[in-house]
Write a protein that binds this ligand. Structure first.
Ligand code: HEC
Length: 136
């Protein structure tokens, strides 16, 4: 239990102080994610909903979004930048319309079932990061 408390404390430091808020270099779980699970999350119309706004290399998915850069553009970002964009895009762009997938702070109009919860779990964030890294 004490080890867990120490770990969460370290995690908070890693999230809050890294590179001007624009990069989260450490894995949120301490482990690498699973790219196949990450791809399924990104393509999912129930969980990730990324394709509502983004397009990407998903030939099987019709009707991809045009409100945001094609996900292949992540090739120019570092792993830490990719993680930060998904955890909370407001760190890079305070006006972003992209949901903060791993934040419960300063959100507006949150549906009842999501109150106090993040959209994705730390493990799911790492799966998505692992998948996006395969697009480089
Ligand atoms: C409601 C629309 C919306 C949804 C849903 C959304 N995004 Fe975004 N995303 C954006 C916009 C718009 C940008 C461009 C930067 C900005 O305005 O914040 C962006 C930027 C990004 C970037 C940085 C791209 C770059 O080239 O700089 C990544 C990575 C990303 N999104 C991943 C995701 C993933 C993964 C999901 C699903 C888990 C997702 N987004 C869901 C709108 C969205």
């Amino acid at each position: 239990m004490r080890r867990f408390a120490a770990l969460s404390f370290l995690l908070c430091i890693a999230v809050s102080t890294s590179a001007g808020g624009d990069e989260i270099t450490a894995s949120l779980t301490g482990a690498k994610g699973d790219p196949a699970r990450g791809r399924a999350l990104v393509a999912s119309r129930q969980i990730g909903l990324c394709l509502l706004c983004h397009s990407g290399p998903f030939p099987e998915e019709r009707f991809q979004g045009k409100l945001a850069p094609d996900l292949s553009s992540v090739a120019r970002l570092s792993e830490g930048e990719i993680r930060a964009r998904i955890v909370d895009p407001r760190r890079a762009n305070p006006e972003s319309i992209m949901p903060a997938y791993f934040s419960t702070q300063d959100l507006t109009r949150v549906a009842g079932g999501f109150r106090g919860k993040t959209i994705l779990t730390a493990e799911q964030i790492e799966d998505v990061v692992a998948y996006l890294l395969t697009l480089r």
